[in-house]
Design a binder for this molecule. Structure first.
Ligand SMILES: Nc1ncnc2c1ncn2[C@@H]1O[C@H](COP(=O)(O)OP(=O)(O)OP(=O)(O)O)[C@@H](O)[C@H]1O
Ligand SMILES: [Mg+2]
Length: 243
């Protein structure tokens, strides 16, 4: 579960708020899609809820743990896939996964089992013994996905996770999101790709200029045949151009 109460953030030297009074609750067992145009405040929100940036005001709880008051406890419940996939080039893939898994307190046996499972799922078995610096963009992204999910986090946060993945890997990642949600974990991801969001999410929020402009279940959106997710997105983010 993720709770944000009245969260705001302004970058220094900026006159406008990147995130403006955001209140949102995401339940356990839910895949939640966070949509918005470029610069809407998605990554800023994600950086605050993963403890990378401190909010100027407001409260954030990860599975009931306040991330400002108890950052280590909150982060131990999280898995995070950032949008840039910058990871240690001088480690081998398998070393990186062992390092991350050990940090999360996993045993050697558990780690081996999970590394085998995910390497096979994402076609990374041959690449794992090689240096991360030699990986393609997509391979780094897949390693970043595996590292974030290896300990079955209570809350899995992904920033634009499907951009740059081949169709097979994107499909596997969507399946894995559902498996994690079915285990009772929360999956929160940002995207601009309406089709993907429409296919995998239980519920969505749309953010524009740092403000929440819509929150609803996909079932509700589908039930209203006069409104598609695309038209809803265009209407609430159009700043008056789209009718
Ligand atoms: N490090 C930074 N310093 C100053 N301003 C920033 C910084 N990062 C983001 N911003 C500004 O904050 C606002 C929100 O940016 P953010 O990166 O959160 O948007 P986003 O929704 O993730 O966009 P995108 O779809 O392009 O990834 C934008 O106006 C952006 O210019
Ligand atoms: Mg972003």
């Amino acid at each position: 579960m993720i709770r944000l109460y009245n969260v705001s953030k302004t970058y220094s030297k900026s006159r406008t708020k990147a995130v403006d009074d955001l209140t949102l609750e995401i339940k356990s067992g839910e895949i939640f899609g966070f949509l918005g145009p470029n610069g809407a405040g998605k990554s800023t929100t994600i950086k605050m809820l993963t403890g990378i940036l401190a909010p100027d005001s407001g409260t954030i709880e990860i599975d009931g743990v306040n991330i400002t008051d108890n950052p280590v406890a909150a982060k131990s419940l999280l898995g995070f896939v950032p949008d840039n996939h910058e990871i240690y080039d001088t480690l081998r893939g398998v070393e990186y996964l062992n390092f991350i898994g050990t940090m999360y307190g996993m045993s050697t046996e558990q780690l081996k089992q999970k590394i085998d499972l995910y390497a096979d799922m994402f076609d990374m078995t041959e690449a794992l013994p090689n240096m991360i610096g030699s990986y393609s963009h997509g391979m780094k992204q897949k390693l970043s996905v595996i590292a974030a999910v290896i300990h079955d986090p209570k809350v899995w946060v992904l920033d634009e996770p499907l951009t740059g993945l081949d169709p097979q890997s994107a499909y596997r990642l969507k399946q894995l999101m559902r498996t994690q949600a079915d285990m009772g974990n929360t999956v929160f991801f940002s995207s601009h790709v309406i089709d993907v969001v429409e296919k995998v999410c239980d519920r969505i929020a749309i953010i524009n200029h740092g403000k929440l402009v819509a929150v609803d279940t996909l079932d509700n959106i589908r039930a209203d045949s006069s409104v598609s997710l695309e038209s809803l997105f265009l209407t609430v983010t159009s700043d008056g151009e789209h009718k």
